[in-house]
Design a protein around this ligand. Structure first.
Ligand code: NAP
Length: 257
């Protein structure tokens, strides 16, 4: 499966750790050309790149995607390195902090919206001509896959209302992209994780983890590696060439439509 991903040029935002890194490794294992991104290079970057280069190509691009100019520069640098974009994965996102409604100020509002909304919007905007060209060249479809969250369905946990709303915005924005860019032969889909064991939950002690796990029918957090195949599926034209505008929830049964 996923044989058609070999040689595909895949840019994954927010991929120096957690879900993004697991996704990046999964694509590299299939022989893809993978762009890693984060605001800064992690200490273990040389080892990570060396591992990925055993089967694919891999490069790191530092960019703070909360800024439009950095989104533009990232796409430009990725295209300069790999010659185009077949698959864009809008994965950069963050809670930033937990703030109840009474504590939300403009700085917090901007921070949450910038990292979760602006990053996906502007990366998609600047990648669009390259995705269009890639689809024309290949005769297949190009793909944009965005990472949403169970919080978009449920409204977010304590102090995470703005985060949940930003992810719900992403779900709605994705529908607009489908309506107006399907003629460009680009498919737009969403992976919507539940509770995944990453630094995202670093603030939780054993008790909080246990009570959260009890709300999940599978009784545990998911792992980044369990989320990654959903991205492979949406990226592969052979597997999902007629699928667009969909949200795939990967959450151990914690939320069911
Ligand atoms: P994570 O472990 O905290 O990783 C976040 C990644 O995003 C890091 O590589 C980080 O690198 C990068 N990043 C953060 N801000 C950035 C910025 N301004 N510009 C560029 N890169 C940035 O988080 P994760 O749990 O893997 O989350 C990945 C995605 O899944 C996010 O969109 C998150 O909202 C979503 N999600 C997570 C969960 C969960 O339970 N873990 C559930 C639902 C949805 P730097 O810090 O170096 O910038």
């Amino acid at each position: 499966m996923f044989k058609d991903l070999k040689g595909k040029r895949v840019l994954i935002t927010g991929s120096t750790q957690g879900i993004g890194l697991a996704v990046a490794k999964a694509f590299a294992a299939l022989g893809a050309k993978v762009g890693l991104n984060g605001r800064q290079a992690p200490a273990d970057l040389p080892d990570t790149l060396a591992g990925m280069r055993q089967t694919g190509e891999a490069e790191f691009f530092a960019a703070d995607l909360g800024k439009t100019s950095e989104c533009e520069r990232l796409i430009h640098e990725f295209v300069a390195r790999f010659g185009g974009v077949d698959v864009l994965i809008n994965n950069a996102g963050a809670l930033v902090a937990r703030k109840p409604l009474e504590q939300i100020d403009d700085a917090f509002y901007n921070a949450v919206c910038d990292v979760n909304m602006r990053s996906a919007l502007m990366c998609t905007r600047f990648a669009l001509p390259h995705l269009r060209a890639a689809a024309l060249d290949s005769g297949e479809t190009a793909a944009v896959i965005s990472t949403s969250s169970i919080a978009a369905h449920l409204g977010g946990g304590p102090g995470a209302g703005l985060y949940g709303a930003a992810k719900a915005w992403l779900n709605a924005e994705n529908k607009n992209w489908v309506s107006y860019h399907t003629q460009d032969r680009i498919r737009f889909n969403i992976v919507s994780p539940g509770v995944v064991d990453t630094a995202f939950h670093a603030d939780k002690g054993p008790e909080a983890r246990a009570s959260l796990s009890a709300t999940i029918p599978m009784g545990r957090f998911g792992t980044p590696e369990e989320i990654a195949p959903a991205y492979l599926f949406f990226a592969s034209h052979a597997c999902s060439g007629y699928i667009t505008g969909q949200i795939l929830d990967v959450n151990g049964g914690q939320y069911m439509h």
